[in-house]
Ligand binder design. Structure first.
Ligand SMILES: [Zn+2]
Length: 170
């Protein structure tokens, strides 16, 4: 049996296109119900990542990675003390360096991550963090909506042309 920690994304908080919440859970359905109670039925809840471990040192760098990503795309994250500013903050890079167990984390059979994508990472990153980041950048299935022009599309293309880069951004 493979233990999985899920990273999830909540959008539609207070009907704001800017606000998102990123969290982790071992029980996605229970966690969704918790957030529906807190934020209402209009939220959208999406699983955006899976980590094949229940250990904090494995999921925390990925959770921070996603928080940083959404911040860099111009979203307001509702997370407290994670991914920036708060006392728990450390850069993703240093977290990944600390997280030696990421190097040997178990993978399910036939998982399709393309190792050659690691070459797209920035040179200052370790090989392992490059691989993680390239893997995340290759996620094609996450659909996001630009808060400036309301165009929807795959997360990889959208972050290049929209959010902070949107032509309709004031
Ligand atoms: Zn746009």
């Amino acid at each position: 049996m493979i233990n999985i920690t899920y990273i999830y994304l909540i959008t539609g908080i207070n009907n704001s296109p800017y606000k998102v919440y990123i969290g982790k859970t071992k029980t996605p359905k229970l966690r969704k119900n918790h957030h529906v109670q807190k934020y209402g039925h209009d939220i959208e809840y999406s699983i955006i990542d899976e980590i094949y471990s229940l250990e904090r040192c494995d999921w925390e760098p990925l959770e921070s990675y996603w928080i940083e990503q959404f911040k860099s795309w111009g979203f307001e994250t509702m997370n407290k003390n994670k991914g920036g500013g708060g006392p728990e903050y450390k850069s993703l890079e240093s977290k990944i360096k600390q997280s030696n167990s990421l190097v040997g984390r178990p993978k399910p059979p036939n998982h399709g991550y393309n190792v050659s994508l690691a070459n797209k990472g920035k040179p200052k990153h370790s090989e392992e963090s490059k691989r993680i980041i390239a893997m995340k950048n290759s996620h094609p299935q996450i659909i996001v909506e630009c808060p400036h022009c309301n165009k929807k599309g795959g997360i990889t293309a959208m972050k290049h042309w929209h959010f902070k880069n949107c032509k309709q951004r004031q």
